[in-house]
Design a protein around this ligand. Structure first.
Ligand code: 4NP
Length: 161
């Protein structure tokens, strides 16, 4: 069976996208989808290559039972062939990705957040306090469930066809 591969992308790959990766892995496990969905994260920037997630991102996720174990890497052209879904955290990441290469399934993460209104950005929490990371966690949790609903629905439709 072809695994659906999801790449979540932010700027530094030390705050939002490793949190999204960890939360999505948790939700994938909860839904019994480990055999069919694979996850990774990357950054559009190169500032933090090799770094572990920001300690605040680790703490907020750990308080929810999620351990983050990613090391930052920069997105590259090969990712556009390797991944079925590429999901950007904000419109700036989205625009950078769009310039690298075309992709059929390039999305904004908060397009899947049922509580999002006109602003579809997951705000960068790096220069703020822990509360910003907690808010990001909640957005990513809601969006992660929405994204998995979307993928499961797409898969169901493909199977019927
Ligand atoms: P992230 O946050 O994109 O959510 O990983 C950032 C982390 C570091 C920097 C920017 C954003 N930085 O410029 O160092």
């Amino acid at each position: 069976m072809h695994k659906q591969k999801i790449l979540v992308v932010c700027l530094g790959n030390i705050c939002r996208s490793p949190m999204a990766e960890g939360i999505l892995k948790y939700l994938v496990k909860e839904r019994g989808l480990i055999q069919s969905i694979e996850l990774d994260s990357a950054g559009t920037g190169a500032y933090h290559i090799g770094s572990h997630p920001d300690i605040r991102a680790q703490e907020v996720c750990l308080s929810k039972g999620i351990t983050l174990s990613h090391q930052a890497r920069q997105v590259n052209r090969m990712d556009f062939d390797a991944f079925d879904y590429i999901v950007a955290m904000d419109t700036s990441n989205y625009d950078v990705l769009k310039k690298i290469a075309p992709h059929d399934r390039l999305y904004l993460m908060r397009a899947f957040d049922p509580l999002a209104q006109s602003d579809l950005n997951v705000p960068d929490p790096y220069y703020g306090g822990i509360q910003g990371f907690q808010e990001v966690y909640e957005m990513l949790y809601r969006s992660g469930n929405g994204l998995l609903d979307h993928i499961e629905k797409e898969k169901g439709e493909t199977n019927v066809a």
